[in-house]
Design a protein around this ligand. Structure first.
Ligand SMILES: Cc1ncc(COP(=O)(O)O)c(C=O)c1O
Length: 371
């Protein structure tokens, strides 16, 4: 059994993928070819944002908006202690300081009460200037944007939505990618919408931000590539990856529907065996992961492995305890919720093509283990 069965999806749309790839081979515009514009227009319409900029990875999709905001030394960017390294790594790359905040124990997303406390403490410390917030839509579920935006407005901070795991999700009818003024998503192959390599997309409702992103994507270009008006990067998505995504986009809404069915089936079969995910009212998750909690996680994982069922742990170490951020001076005990969740969480196979029979088999093994 696969943790994420990309081959099952490919069997459905292999013809469409090959047709799209052949078009690129025929026209030969491997960099910023017509597929790039087409994908940007289609995805901007999909999420309901005026501007979309395709980029080389989800990491670049978070880094580039920070570059537009010219964050740097002395700036504080607030984010979750329980996320993938890239969320905070991009902050460090700009020279700014990631300030970690603990999470809600039910959704694993940024806790707005603790966020405000952290902002006021940073202001009182008088060393770092609060500039922005990066909420993460962990495992596919949007963070609490109503509460976070209220805090952002109060302290005049920007909000950059880390939608790397939530493309296809929504909150009160608004799509992930459109839940803040700017958002970055990832098309890493295992993501709900994934390409066959690295890729990402930035969405924004701000024209000035959009124009600067286009410049930063090509080495800070001005009127052309050899007129450079700011420091940028090579942040372009390949035309071949856009071609793959255009084929996959055709079946994506249906796949998001199938993910809801897979999640509901797990919820039903695992109730009382492990702590199943909590989805807040108004949220629809993209189910990048189906993650559960159990104090004896390692035993369950071992038992599943012995029965040929793969699992994964996202994330075993919260960011404040990672060696890469040792210089920030955090200690064990600083973020108790993140630390507890990191010790109990694990993710089960999740993709649109998981059969009910496969799920019944996974859950039977888990339930029997608990008897
Ligand atoms: C929460 C989060 N942020 C950022 C990223 C970075 O995306 P990428 O791997 O495409 O650079 C990922 C993906 O792995 C992620 O899960």
């Amino acid at each position: 059994m696969q943790f994420i069965d990309l081959a099952a999806q490919q069997r459905r749309i292999r013809g469409a993928i090959e047709t799209n790839l052949k078009k690129v081979l025929d026209h030969g515009q491997y960099i910023l070819g017509p597929e790039i514009k087409e994908l940007e227009e289609k995805l901007a319409a999909f999420v309901g944002m005026p501007h979309a900029v395709s980029v080389a990875s989800g990491t670049d999709a978070l880094l580039m908006p920070l570059m537009v905001e010219t964050v740097g030394p002395d700036d504080a960017i607030f984010t979750s202690a329980f996320t993938f390294i890239a969320t905070a790594e991009v902050v460090a790359l700009t020279g700014a300081t990631p300030v970690f905040v603990d999470i809600d124990p039910e959704t694993f997303n940024l806790d707005p009460v603790k966020l405000e406390k952290s902002i006021t403490q940073t202001l009182a410390g008088n060393k770092l200037k609060p500039r922005g917030i990066i909420p993460v839509d962990l495992f596919g579920q949007p963070a609490d944007y109503a509460a976070i935006q209220t805090i952002a407005d109060k302290y005049r901070l920007f909000v950059l939505e880390d939608a790397a795991q939530s493309f296809g999700a929504s909150q009160n009818g608004r799509k992930a990618g459109a839940l803040a003024n700017v958002a970055g998503t990832s098309f890493f192959p295992a993501k709900p919408l994934g390409c066959y390599g690295d890729g990402g997309m930035i969405f924004t409702d701000n024209k000035d931000m959009y124009e600067k992103l286009l410049s930063i994507r090509v080495h800070g270009q001005g009127v052309d590539k050899y007129t450079n008006v700011r420091i940028g990067i090579n942040g372009r998505m390949d035309s071949l990856q856009a071609a793959v995504l255009l084929a996959k986009l055709e079946i994506f809404p249906e796949e998001i529907g199938l993910r809801q069915e897979v999640a509901a089936c797990y919820d039903r079969l695992l109730a009382g065996t492990v702590k199943t995910p909590v989805i807040r009212e108004g949220n629809v998750s993209a189910w990048a992961q189906y993650s559960v909690l159990h104090p004896r996680r390692d035993e369950i994982i071992k038992n599943l492995r012995e029965n040929g069922i793969p699992t994964a742990i996202y994330y075993p170490i919260p960011l404040h305890l990672q060696k890469a951020f040792a210089g920030l001076g955090y200690r064990k005990g600083d973020f108790p919720v993140s630390e507890k969740i990191a010790g109990e969480i694990f993710s089960l196979p999740m993709h649109p093509y998981l059969t009910t029979q496969q799920q019944e088999n996974i859950c039977r093994i888990m339930v029997e283990n608990e008897r």
